[in-house]
Design a protein around this ligand. Structure first.
Ligand code: SIN
Ligand code: FE2
Length: 216
């Protein structure tokens, strides 16, 4: 079959506003990719992915781990940040400088400078996994933005307003795209639709998301 678009540049804009204070940076993550993926493998070897349980007793379809001085965890007692991995009893792996650089550069490109994240939640989606609409509100410092990096299979990101009932807009997140939200959008409801099946040339049959936050 002839591909009519072969050889043409990606027609989607490099930068798109999702809402006031929220921007999608397409293909931002290209240079330095190999470093970040190698560091990611090392983190997962030290603190393997696990399916956590919500306070309501639901096992999440997304598997998670963390790096940085704080890690996001959930269990029957609630959602919180902890400096210790509850599975191993050890500190979470340190945040690699390649991760930090990427997050800081993306925040600056999104117009939110001087971001210094202390937590990176790593989410792993296999086909069918999803994340329901929620707000990121377990951080003490709500002045700092969220920087969210997509790797692997494409996903549909839902980005809504400050009320759960606000109808979310849908955006395609592909390998290398970064979403940044802060200011008036910091507490926007967001989520990820069930992942479609596929095989990514670099990451295989999965999507990985790195969510950078400043907790304290
Ligand atoms: C999250 O909100 O923690 C995850 C977002 C994503 O996977 O893109
Ligand atoms: Fe989130």
């Amino acid at each position: 079959m002839t591909d009519l678009f072969a050889g043409l540049a990606d027609p989607r804009p490099a930068q798109e506003t999702m809402a006031e204070g929220a921007v999608l940076l397409r293909g931002f993550f290209a240079a330095g990719e190999a470093d970040v993926i190698a560091e990611l493998r090392a983190i997962v070897a030290q603190a393997p992915f696990r399916h956590m349980v919500t306070p309501g007793g639901h096992t999440m379809s997304v598997a998670m781990t963390n790096c940085g001085s704080k890690g996001w965890v959930t269990d029957r007692r609630g959602y919180r940040y902890d400096s210790v991995d509850p599975e191993s009893g050890h500190k979470w792996p340190a945040m690699p400088s390649s991760f930090r650089d990427l997050a800081e550069r993306a925040a600056a490109q999104g117009g939110l400078s001087s971001f210094s994240p202390d937590a990176c939640l790593v989410n792993r989606y296999v086909p069918g996994a999803k994340m329901s609409l929620h707000q990121d509100k377990d951080e003490l410092d709500l002045g700092a933005p969220i920087v969210s990096v997509s790797l692997g299979l494409p996903a549909t990101f839902m980005f809504g307003g400050l009320l759960r009932s606000d109808k979310p807009k849908r955006f395609r997140l592909a390998h290398g795209d970064i979403a940044v939200w802060g200011g008036p959008a910091r507490l926007a409801f967001h989520g990820v639709a069930p992942l479609a099946d596929g095989e990514h040339p670099v990451m295989g049959r999965q999507r990985i998301n790195l969510t950078f936050r400043k907790v304290i």
